[in-house]
Design a binder for this molecule. Structure first.
Ligand SMILES: C[S@@+](CC[C@H](N)C(=O)[O-])C[C@H]1O[C@@H](n2cnc3c(N)ncnc32)[C@H](O)[C@@H]1O
Length: 468
């Protein structure tokens, strides 16, 4: 079939050919994963002469861990099932929550992720026959997590895919009414005018489908996932910014083409996911809760796990602002939403005039030295730790006695200071009815050029807390 996009010289055949190639690459990766030897745990020496343990693929449930051990986990499942839908900052690689869930809970247990983001832990809980609750303050995270955890009826999907692809290919910009064009702040700076028309047309075409809400949301998620790529903003920055120097090239028809590509690529994945999930297990995604106030009774959960935000690191509302505006998830200023985030930078002068202390000497000494050079950042760090303390107290309350809270968190740099989140959170947890069972590192190799170690290797620390 050689169908021409009405306005552009682009064919559906070209898209299908590209998608086929991508699917072949995906299959190769899956085949590689199936070739991993059963003995997939090896002691290795990294480029810096340090001994670490490398684990390829599935992490053995009985993996031996001692405090301060360091691991290099090689993940093969980042695009398996719905895991690869949409980019999301600091996503879990699926093997990690899977391992935590299998090691520290049993089928039928109830699991909590209080900062659930795009829902990786919930997907793994479901696939492994556990019920779970996910909390996230961000409407965009709630939307993505919802799509990634919701099965779709295959027949309906195939039927409406055909209709939707046909509509997109027959692009009719004249059918878009003025009301269907977006009016959010600086929209004409963020996007070329042709792209605005294409995105508005795709959104309108999805909303006009006479299909189930689940399927519409799946299509809206495909739509959302292409937005950053076809905007004028830098693709590789967690903040949404236009960098003139990058000279990013976006062409008319890119939005239409990328949407169809994504839809075709994601279709087999959602089908696989829908057929893999067991019956009788549930996921509750809470849209009105906050990780600092978990509205469940005492002693409810068998396990909690999370990768929380960091102090002063990712501005989530700003990262997803274009997607959130297009999806109608936020309107106007982002500030009220930013203020609700743990790790927020939205603080006022009145708040940071004076030094605030946590009440734990080792942490307060760090806050003092940051305060000496930057009062505002000292307050941002204090607020982060104080909010995380509220979270730790709440999670302790809702966990059953003896149950674990497993936190995966890295360090970040604040005005030249290495801010060791994981150590501070351990100190706070010890003060709040948790004992420390284990802590060990998971290394993420960023690149291999010769730069100092701390820039090349990022370590996430996995802290296993146990309710006393
Ligand atoms: C590192 S991300 C989690 C990523 C997740 N593990 C995944 O695989 O997608 C941290 C999340 O915490 C959320 N968050 C920040 N403040 C919060 C709060 N007060 N209550 C609940 N969630 C919050 C952010 O919106 C963000 O999605």
């Amino acid at each position: 079939m050689t169908t021409l996009f009405r306005y552009y010289d682009l064919t559906l055949d070209e898209i299908i050919e590209k998608v086929d190639k991508q699917q072949k690459r995906n299959k190769k990766r899956i085949n590689q994963a199936s070739l991993i030897p059963l003995d997939n745990v090896k002691r290795i020496t990294n480029d810096f002469g340090e001994n670490i343990t490398r684990v390829d693929g599935e992490i053995p449930v009985d993996l031996k861990i001692s405090n301060n051990d360091r691991f290099l986990f090689i993940s093969y499942d980042q695009s398996k099932f719905t895991h690869g839908f949409h980019r999301y900052p600091a996503k879990f690689f699926p093997e990690l929550p899977r391992w935590i869930i299998k090691r520290y809970s049993k089928p039928g247990d109830l699991i909590l992720d209080p900062f659930t983001g795009s829902g990786t832990a919930n997907i793994e809980a479901l696939l492994n026959r556990r019920n779970s609750v996910g909390i996230d303050i961000e409407p965009f995270a709630q939307f993505v997590a919802h799509v990634k955890t919701t099965p779709i009826n295959n027949e309906e999907l195939i039927e409406y895919n055909e209709e939707l692809v046909r509509t997109i290919i027959n692009f009719h910009p004249e059918k878009i009414s003025k009301e269907q064009l977006p009016t959010f702040p600086y929209v004409n700076n963020w996007f070329m005018k042709e792209i605005i028309l294409e995105l508005a047309y795709i959104k309108k075409s999805i909303l006009e489908l006479d299909c189930s809400t689940e399927l519409k949301n799946f299509y809206l998620c495909c739509f959302s996932s292409i937005i950053r790529g076809v905007s004028n903003a830098d693709d590789n920055c967690t903040r949404t910014v236009i960098r003139k120097k990058l000279n990013k090239q976006v062409y008319p028809s890119d939005a239409l083409r990328r949407f169809v590509e994504t839809l075709l690529l994601w279709t087999p994945k959602i089908i696989d996911f829908s057929s893999a999930i067991p019956e009788h297990y549930y996921i509750e995604l809470q849209s009105k809760m906050d990780a600092r106030k978990i509205e469940y009774g005492n002693n409810t959960f068998d396990l909690a796990l999370t990768s929380p935000p960091y102090a002063n690191a990712v501005d989530y509302p700003r990262t997803h602002q274009l997607e959130s505006y297009w999806l109608g998830l936020v309107e106007g200023s982002l500030t009220p939403l930013k203020k609700l985030h743990v790790g927020t930078e939205s603080v006022t002068i009145d708040q940071y005039k004076e030094l605030h202390k946590i009440g734990i000497d080792s942490i307060d000494a760090v806050l003092q030295s940051i305060y000496n050079i930057d009062k505002r950042r000292a307050y941002i760090c204090y607020k982060y730790l104080d909010d995380m303390r509220k979270n730790i107290i709440e999670v302790n309350r809702v966990l059953k006695p003896g149950a674990r809270y497993i936190i995966v968190v890295g360090n970040n740099k604040i005005r030249g200071h290495v801010f060791e989140n994981w150590k501070y959170l351990m100190e706070i947890a010890k003060d709040n009815n948790f004992e420390i069972e284990n802590y060990f590192g998971s290394e993420i190799i960023k690149h291999f050029i010769k730069v100092p170690r701390e820039e090349r290797i990022n370590t996430d620390w996995i802290v296993v807390l146990r309710k006393r």
